[in-house]
Design a protein around this ligand. Structure first.
Ligand SMILES: [Fe+2]
Ligand SMILES: [Fe+2]
Length: 169
C-alpha cells in the first residue's frame, strides 16, 4: 500500500510537469490534490505504520537501527510538510511557487527512496501478512476520511516520537 502510494505521488509530480505555468487553475487543483496525498500519507504512516515498525523492526539496509530509521523518516516528513507550507506563500505558477514545489519534490523523492530501502524492507522481513493487511485497511479508512480536507501539516519532534510513539491503532 505504501509503495503503491509512493508511485501515485511520483505520477502526480510528473503530471504537474505537463501543465503549462499559465494554467494556474489546473496547477492549483493538481497541487492541492497532491498536497492532500502527501500530508495524509505521512500522517497515516506516523499513526499506523511506524509504531509497529518500532516494535518489530531491527533496521534494514544502511540504517543503523530501527530508532534511527524512524527518526530519520519523521525528520523527512517535517521537511516535506515545511516545503508544502512554503508553497502557500507564493502565487500558483510563479517562479517562487515552482521553486517551492521543486523543494517539496526533492525532499519527498529522497524520503521515499530511503523509506523504501530501509523502513519498508525492515517491515517486510519482520511483520506478518495479517498485520500488513490490517495497516493497509487503516490507511484506506484514514485517507478516505481525510480525502477532501487533508490534515494540517504539523511537524513532530523525531526524538519524542520514537520515545513515545502512538499505539498504532
Ligand atoms: Fe511513505
Ligand atoms: Fe514517509
Amino acid at each position: 500500500m505504501i509503495l503503491e502510494q509512493h508511485h501515485q505521488q511520483r505520477r502526480m509530480f510528473a503530471a504537474l510537469d505537463e501543465v503549462p505555468a499559465s494554467e494556474t487553475e489546473t496547477l492549483a487543483a493538481v497541487w492541492k490534490r497532491l498536497e492532500i496525498l502527501l500530508e495524509t500519507h505521512a500522517e497515516a504512516e506516523e499513526r499506523y505504520f511506524y509504531p509497529h515498525l518500532l516494535r518489530l523492526g531491527s533496521g534494514a539496509a544502511d540504517a543503523e537501527g530501527v530508532d534511527d530509521e524512524v527518526k530519520d523518516a519523521i525528520k523527512d516528513h517535517n521537511e516535506i510538510r515545511d516545503a508544502i507550507v512554503k508553497t502557500h506563500d507564493h502565487e500558483t505558477g510563479s517562479e517562487a511557487w515552482q521553486k517551492a514545489v521543486l523543494e517539496c519534490r526533492i525532499a519527498n523523492d529522497d524520503h521515499m527512496a530511503e523509506e523504501e530501502r530501509q523502513d519498508l524492507t525492515d517491515f517486510r522481513r519482520h511483520a506478518s501478512l495479517e498485520l500488513r493487511h490490517q495497516i493497509a485497511m487503516k490507511f484506506i479508512r484514514y485517507e478516505a476520511l481525510k480525502a477532501a480536507t487533508g490534515v494540517p501539516p504539523v511537524d513532530k519532534d523525531p526524538e519524542e516520537y520514537v520515545e513515545h510513539p502512538p499505539r498504532g491503532e
